[in-house]
Design a binder for this molecule. Structure first.
Ligand code: NDP
Ligand code: 8X3
Length: 256
């Protein structure tokens, strides 16, 4: 049987690029997200390219613990022994000083980026522990390494991902389970459109004058981390566009 990967948030951006990358390398891929039409379109496309049975789609909201548990528990037998879990689903909502931020945005980020990651992990990890093998890849961020003005709660959630990655690696050591964090900087996906509540013009400005990372760049790194020999684990990998040194230090004159 080829290896089996579950990718949360595969309807867009990094997750969608990962689904394409792993399916192209003949992995079996479980894609998840909330947008049914996108999940179905991607499943149909990848099944068409790589053969029926290459992809299994699960629609659920990672914020809903019962839904996450139910979705994982409802997997058909042949889709259960997950080798790699990529906790990728996540978002930023808003970009405001702490005193002005919308509390609903704060809840959305904490519920998705922290609690959602925990819901899916808690449903998948016991199977890995029982099999004494597996690999968890958490998508953190440079925002989980440093904090920038107006990034407050988003940065806090990604710092939580950083801490949870380290905690998972310690707790899962006895079972031979790898735990990796990939922490990207500026990448042009739907991320900023979501952050600015659908304002595409404002989102575009984030990447003005630089060549940002793409979904494919990050997918290639995740694929590399997942393809190393059993005794090798990338613990933590920070990646940024060449034009970005820190979250706030960005050269805007290096466009190709
Ligand atoms: P996108 O907005 O393009 O993709 C986000 C994905 O997450 C979508 O597939 C979305 O699916 C899914 N998602 C969001 N909320 C939920 C939810 N409640 N339940 C289930 N799925 C959800 O952004 P990116 O690809 O850029 O982001 C992926 C990850 O990478 C995030 O964790 C983000 O924080 C992180 N990141 C992004 C960077 C960037 O600059 N782009 C840099 C560093 C990290 P759907 O809407 O269908 O549910
Ligand atoms: C997303 C990258 O710089 O917008 O995690 O925080 S940034």
């Amino acid at each position: 049987m080829p290896s089996l990967i579950l990718i949360t948030g595969a309807t867009s951006g990094f997750g969608e690029a990962m689904a394409r990358r792993f399916a192209a390398d003949r992995w079996r891929v479980i894609i998840t997200g909330r947008r049914t039409e996108r999940l179905e379109a991607l499943r149909t496309e990848l099944d068409g390219l790589h053969g029926t049975g290459a992809v299994h789609a699960l629609r659920f909201d990672v914020r809903d613990r019962a839904a996450a548990e139910h979705a994982i528990a409802s997997l058909p037998e042949e889709w259960r022994p997950i080798d790699v879990l990529v906790n990728n689903a996540g978002l930023a909502a808003g970009f405001a000083p702490i005193q002005d931020g919308d509390p609903d945005d704060h809840d959305r980020m904490i519920d998705t980026n922290v609690k959602g990651l925990l819901h899916v992990s808690r449903a998948v990890i016991p199977g890995m522990v029982a099999r004494k093998r597996g690999h968890i890849i958490n998508i953190g961020s440079m925002a989980g390494k440093e904090v920038y003005p107006n990034g407050n709660v988003y940065c806090a959630t990604k710092h939580a991902v950083d801490a949870l990655t380290k905690g998972m690696r310690q707790d899962l050591l006895p079972y031979g389970i790898k735990v990796t964090q990939i922490a990207p900087g500026l990448a042009e996906t739907e991320f900023s459109i979501v952050r600015f509540h659908g304002d595409e013009a404002r989102a575009k400005k984030v990447y003005e004058g630089i060549e940002p990372l793409t979904g494919e760049d990050v997918a290639n790194l995740v694929h590399f981390a997942a393809s190393l020999p059993p005794h090798v684990c990338i613990n933590d990998l920070t990646v940024s566009p060449t034009a970005q040194a820190t979250s706030t230090l960005v050269r805007r004159d290096l466009q190709p």
